[in-house]
Write a protein of this length. Structure first.
Length: 549
């Protein structure tokens, strides 16, 4: 972690104290586990607050802590009946759940901020670096943690976390996402062994609105960056064309339960489990201001295939559908068009209602002999290939497809559910969708740009809130001094105790590493431009910035 931290300091050294963030990812969250913030361990989760430093002043920013716990995978069903409906999972299989006192996961067994918990803020809320300034008012100054967020594609920003010493609100008076629902109880309601739990639930941000009419039924999407008209008929799941045995309506009408429903200042989390004969199949939504993440964990006996697709509404007529295999795109108009099928990285629909970019991903232990991954497309208002649910039409119905290659592959971890008698008999499959909402004028390249960002995730380094000064030549710290002889490529380093000196250039590459003894050492260095000198001695680290002309 120390080397990781110092590599980023090379880049950020270019920024003057108090300037704003250089990050350009306004829709992306930054999530930190408690394990990466050991100095804040044990804090009351709601007591942690965040700040940015801009224009020489502190500004509070919203952060959110979501508690999690490793629980036996059958735990969310523990209260469905008077007894446990399933035997304990094989080998005490445990899954990391977001906990929720109002659902069957229950509250986090560890009340304080622990290693499993997650603290999240938005990259857009980062600021510049705070140096030579006191901590903001209302916090425990000694608790400060400096979070350095670096974009591998360019840009860096800082957020500072503290323990609240007064009456500061964790959300800083901000709610980026709102959750409104007519559920009988809030935030969740009891699981149902049979019959649909109908609901009228809307998740809304400044950029979009998403609607649920029951657990698995998403039936409205409005892109508020455009006309705001509802372009979604259904978020559909089905086995195959014309096969109406399983679909999202059947999932919601079967044995199911909410795992988590949490609305905070930064995001809304909604997670539910149970899909007919896949009672442990789970879908989780993370709603952010301009982004919506969806993960589906398939846990079911052997099935032939599954389609995961957005069926748009007639209001999407005139929009253009494209993906990484069909860059030119085809019109969504209810009339069939030839579309190349295959493994999808991204999709996009754009037009007057707005632009929706969808990134696809998966994490799986399935092998090549187990399954193939492809795509699905149907634009046919008169004779749709699959019309089990929704309005009975297909308007640009599109998404991903998984074809299982033999009759023995299954993803259910429960012994005796069709996967055999040992836990090793099952595979895991998590598919993900990441949705971004932009204006109607967003170029076709937007989705590919989001994919590049996804493939180059934001990097995070954590350190104590402390001063790291920019210096000239000469002595800069007790026991450590550096003298650079201008134009001669010579560096003289004096240290009071043995340790390792590492020198990095402006690109973050190590240009020299040397073990030093106490005293003065002269080094040759044929480098120009901004350099970072980092001296390690035991657990102590001294960071010195120098500029060679």
């Amino acid at each position: 972690m120390k080397l990781f931290y110092t590599l980023f300091l090379v880049i950020i050294a270019r920024m003057a104290s108090g300037q704003g963030s250089g990050l350009t990812r306004p829709h992306d969250p930054v999530a930190l586990t408690g394990a990466s913030l050991p100095a804040l361990a044990g804090a009351v989760p709601t007591s942690l607050v965040g700040f940015k430093f801009v224009g020489g002043t502190w500004q509070q920013v919203p952060v959110q802590v979501d508690e999690r716990a490793l629980l036996d995978i059958v735990k969310p069903y523990g209260a469905l009946t008077t007894g446990t409906p399933y035997a304990p999972s094989p080998a005490n299989l445990r899954v990391l759940f977001y906990t929720d006192a109002a659902t069957f996961t229950g509250a986090d067994p560890e009340a304080g901020f622990d290693a499993d918990d997650e603290l999240v803020f938005m990259a857009s809320d980062a600021g510049g670096r705070a140096t030579s300034v006191p901590a903001p008012a209302g916090v425990v100054a000694s608790s400060g943690q400096e979070i350095i967020v670096t974009d591998p594609l360019g840009g860096v920003g800082y957020v500072y976390l503290f323990r609240n010493a007064g009456t500061l609100l964790q959300g800083a008076g901000v709610n980026y996402v709102t959750y409104t629902s007519d559920l009988a109880t809030t935030p969740g309601f009891p699981a149902n062994l049979s019959g649909t739990n109908a609901e009228n639930t809307t998740v809304a941000t400044a950029r979009y609105q998403w609607h649920f009419s029951s657990e698995w039924v998403s039936d409205e999407l409005r892109l508020l960056t455009g006309s705001g008209i509802d372009i979604l008929d259904r978020y559909k799941n089905f086995f195959a064309n014309g096969n109406c045995i399983r679909h999202e309506d059947a999932f919601s009408a079967s044995e199911n339960a909410f795992v988590t429903v949490k609305a905070g200042p930064v995001r809304v989390i909604r997670s539910y489990m149970g899909a007919v004969s896949g009672p442990l199949t789970q879908r989780t939504h993370w709603f952010y201001a301009g982004r919506h993440d969806i993960a589906t964990d398939l846990r079911v006996h052997n099935i032939p295939s599954v389609q995961d697709a957005f069926d748009y509404s007639p209001a999407a007529t005139g929009m253009t559908y494209r993906n990484n295999l069909n860059l030119a795109g085809v019109p969504i108009d209810g009339s069939p068009d030839p579309v190349v099928l295959g493994n999808l990285a991204w999709e996009q629909v754009s037009g007057l209602p707005g632009t929706l970019s969808i990134l696809h991903g998966r994490a799986t232990t399935l092998m090549a002999a187990d399954a193939t991954f492809g795509s699905y497309y149907d634009d046919n208002r008169t004779t749709p290939a699959s019309n089990c649910t929704g309005d009975g039409q297909a308007w640009g119905t599109s998404g991903v497809s998984v074809q299982f290659l033999n009759g023995t592959v299954c993803t259910d971890p429960i012994v005796g559910s069709g996967c055999g008698t040992t836990s090793a008999a099952y595979r895991t499959l998590r598919t993900t969708r990441t949705l971004y909402v932009d204006a109607p004028t967003a170029p076709a390249s937007t989705a590919a740009a989001y994919q590049q960002q996804r493939d180059n995730p934001l990097q995070v380094a954590v350190g104590a809130f402390a001063v790291v000064s920019a210096v000239g030549q000469g002595a800069v710290r007790p026991n450590v001094s550096v003298y650079v002889q201008p134009g001669a490529g010579r560096v003289s380093v004096a240290v009071g105790q043995p340790g390792e000196l590492r020198i990095y250039n402006a690109l973050g590459r190590a240009v020299l590493s040397a073990q030093l003894v106490a005293g003065t050492t002269e080094l040759l260095l044929n480098e120009r431009g901004l350099l970072l000198f980092v001296f390690h001695s035991g657990d102590q680290r001294t960071v010195i910035r120098q500029v060679l002309d």
